[in-house]
Design a protein around this ligand. Structure first.
Ligand code: 5GP
Length: 137
């Protein structure tokens, strides 16, 4: 699938690139949650993190760590969110695997009003047991 990110990789569409190697690219998000908000993407296209190859997926986190450390120095943020939206229901809009690296400041108000749920008695144990036997090695 061709997305806007394929065109950023091929340089048909400009982006503010902060890191590039043979396998991956990192560039500033056009609509940042905070200044410095960066997207890290594999050059090999895959729709999302659930189907991305394990080596590319691992690279995204390692590059995210490098970008996050640089952001702490450059924008002097207090923390960093690594976020990956997988699927439309999870908020994904561009269907090329990407990791958001988002600088956060104490009390910056981003992502306010999180949904906090609760489990019924025994529900968490049962769900964890089912997940544990379903996770594939
Ligand atoms: P998603 O919601 O799919 O996890 O995030 C996609 C992100 O890509 C959004 O934060 C959006 O601002 C960013 N984005 C979409 N189009 C472009 C673009 O053309 N250039 C850049 N730099 N970012 C983009």
């Amino acid at each position: 699938m061709t997305t806007i990110f394929s065109k950023i990789i091929s340089k048909e569409v400009p982006a503010d690139i902060v890191y590039e190697d043979e396998f991956a690219l990192a560039f500033l998000d056009i609509n940042p949650v905070q200044p410095g908000h960066t997207l890290v993407i594999p050059k090999t296209p895959s729709i999302d993190g659930l189907v991305c190859g394990p080596e590319d997926l691992a690279r995204l986190i390692v590059i995210g760590q490098k970008v996050g450390l640089a952001l702490k120095e450059v924008v002097q943020c207090d923390g960093i969110n690594f976020i990956m939206n997988n699927g439309e229901a999870a908020g994904q809009e561009v269907f090329h695997t990407h990791l958001h690296v988002i600088p956060r400041f104490s009390d910056d108000g981003a992502f306010e009003e999180p949904i906090v749920g609760e489990y019924e008695e025994g529900e968490a144990t049962s769900l964890a047991d089912t997940l544990a036997t379903t996770i594939k090695n």
